[in-house]
Design a binder for this molecule. Structure first.
Ligand code: NAP
Ligand code: FE
Length: 365
C-alpha cells in the first residue's frame, strides 16, 4: 500500500517567477509578503515579486520581521497585520523560517486562533492561500504541509501540520540561493539530506519514494562540495534545490523522526542551526535504527554506490561536532521533551528515553 499527496503546483527553474508568475492571480488581490530582514531582498526574489505584483495589479503589504526559528509572537504580529490590511493571500520568501511563518500566519488569521492553538491541527479548518519562494535549499517547506515554530515562553520548538497548509504555488529558482553563504549552504543541504534519509527511516515509508530519496542523496553528495567552492555555479545550486524539493515531498508523505526532534533543543538552547543540529546526530541515528532497517539501508547504500563507512567519511568532512558539553540536567529535560514530540510517532521502532539520552551524551564534549 502506498499513498502520495502533494497538491502544490511547482514551477522549477531559472526565472520561474518571471515566466510563470501570472499563476498567482487566481489566489487573491492583496498579498501579505512574509520575509526575514535581508535575504529576500539580497537574493533578488523580493524585487521580482514586487515587480510581478505591480504588473498584475496585485496590492501587497510587506512583513519583514521573521527571524531564524520564528516565534509565536512574531507570527501573531504577522496575522494582526494580515487582518488590519485585509490581505487575502500570503507570499512567503526566504528560508524555512519565513516559509513556515507564512503557514502559521495563514492558519492563525484564517481560523482566528490564539497563536498557541496552531499546535492543535484539529483547529485548522481553513487557510489563506500561500505562495512559497525558497531562498535556501534545505527545508522543503515549499512543498510540505508542515511549519516549525518556537514557543518562546516555554522555550520549545515544535512542528505542526495540516494538509490545508501546503503552498498553493511554489516558485523554485536556484539563482535565489547564490547569495547564501558557505555555512548555511552546508547546513541547509544537510537538512535536506536528513529529510531524504527519514523517508527510509519513517515507519510510513513507501518504496514509491525510493527513486526520489536515492537521487536526492546522490545529488547532495556530489553537488554540495561544488556549490561551496563555486557559490554561483548554477548547476550545483540547481541540483541542491532539486534535492531539497525531493526531500520536502518525501517528508510530506511519511513525516520526520527522532533524527529531527532530537535537534530542536540543540537549536533552542545552544543556537545550533537546524541543519547542523541534524548533522551532529546523523551517524548516531543510523546506528540506532540500523538493526530495524537492515534491508532498507543495504538497498540505500547500494543505490548511491557507497558503503556506510564511505558515507560516514563524506559526513565527517563537515565537522558538525562542536565543543559543547551538555549538562546531565539538560539531557534529562530534553529527553523528556523529545520523547513527547510529534515526530516520534514515525520512528521505525519504539525508542526508549535512555536511547535518546545516550545519543545526547555521545555528542557532548
Ligand atoms: P532560515 O532560518 O530561513 O534562514 C537562515 C539564515 O539564512 C537567515 O539569516 C536568512 O536571512 C539567511 N538566508 C536565507 N536565504 C538566504 C540567501 N539566499 N542569501 C543570503 N542569506 C540567506 O534557514 P532554513 O534552514 O532554510 O530554515 C530553517 C527553519 O525551517 C527551521 O526553523 C526549521 O525547523 C524549519 N524547517 C521546516 C521544515 C518544514 O517542513 N516546514 C522542514 C525542516 C526545517 P534572513 O533572516 O534575512 O531571511
Ligand atoms: Fe528539517
Amino acid at each position: 500500500m502506498s499513498q502520495f499527496f502533494m497538491p502544490t503546483k511547482v514551477f522549477f527553474g531559472e526565472n520561474s517567477l518571471k515566466n510563470f508568475g501570472e499563476a498567482i492571480v487566481s489566489l487573491g488581490t492583496k498579498a501579505l509578503i512574509v520575509t526575514g530582514k535581508n535575504s529576500a531582498e539580497r537574493s533578488g526574489a523580493l524585487s521580482d515579486v514586487k515587480e510581478l505584483c505591480n504588473s498584475l495589479e496585485i496590492k501587497y503589504v510587506h512583513f519583514d520581521e521573521v527571524s531564524e526559528n520564528p516565534e509565536l509572537h512574531t507570527v501573531q504580529k504577522g496575522a494582526e497585520l494580515m487582518k488590519e490590511k485585509s490581505c487575502d493571500f500570503i507570499i512567503g520568501i526566504g528560508g524555512g523560517s519565513p516559509l513556515d511563518a507564512a503557514k502559521a500566519i495563514s492558519a492563525i488569521s484564517a481560523n482566528k486562533l490564539k497563536p498557541k492553538d496552531i499546535y492543535k491541527p484539529e483547529k485548522i479548518i481553513k487557510a489563506y492561500p500561500i505562495v512559497a519562494i525558497p531562498t535556501t535549499s534545505g527545508t522543503g517547506s515549499e512543498v510540505t504541509q508542515y511549519s516549525v515554530i518556537t514557543d518562546e515562553i516555554n522555550q520549545k520548538k515544535a512542528g505542526f501540520g495540516s494538509p490545508l497548509l501546503f503552498p498553493k504555488i511554489s516558485f523554485l529558482d536556484p539563482k535565489y540561493t547564490y547569495t547564501l553563504p558557505e555555512r548555511p549552504t552546508r547546513d541547509t543541504a544537510i537538512d535536506a539530506l536528513s529529510h531524504l534519509l527519514e523517508g527510509i527511516y519513517s515507519k510510513n515509508r513507501s518504496s514509491l519514494l525510493n527513486p526520489l530519496i536515492y537521487e536526492g542523496i546522490s545529488l547532495i553528495i556530489k553537488y554540495l562540495p561544488i556549490a561551496l567552492k563555486e557559490p554561483n555555479n548554477f548547476r550545483a545550486r540547481e541540483k541542491l534545490m532539486l534535492a531539497s524539493y525531493y526531500g520536502g515531498m518525501v517528508i510530506a508523505q511519511g513525516g520526520t523522526t527522532l533524527q529531527h526532534s532530537i535537534g530542536y533543543p540543540l537549536t533552542t538552547h545552544y543556537g545550533l542551526s537546524h541543519g547542523q543540529a541534524n548533522g551532529i546526530v546523523m551517524k548516531e541515528i543510523i546506528e540506532l535504527y540500523e538493526p530495524a532497517l537492515q534491508n532498507e539501508l543495504t538497498e540505500l547504500f547500494d543505490s548511491i554506490g557507497m558503503t556506510k563507512f564511505e558515507f560516514y567519511m563524506w559526513l565527517d568532512q563537515w565537522d558538525f561536532v562542536e565543543d559543547i558539553t551538555f549538562p546531565e540536567e539538560f539531557i534529562q529535560k530534553s529527553t523528556e521533551e523529545i520523547a513527547k514530540s510529534r515526530n516520534m510517532a514515525a520512528n521505525p521502532r519504539s525508542i526508549q528515553n535512555n536511547e535518546i539520552a545516550d545519543i545526547l551524551r555521545k555528542i557532548s564534549k
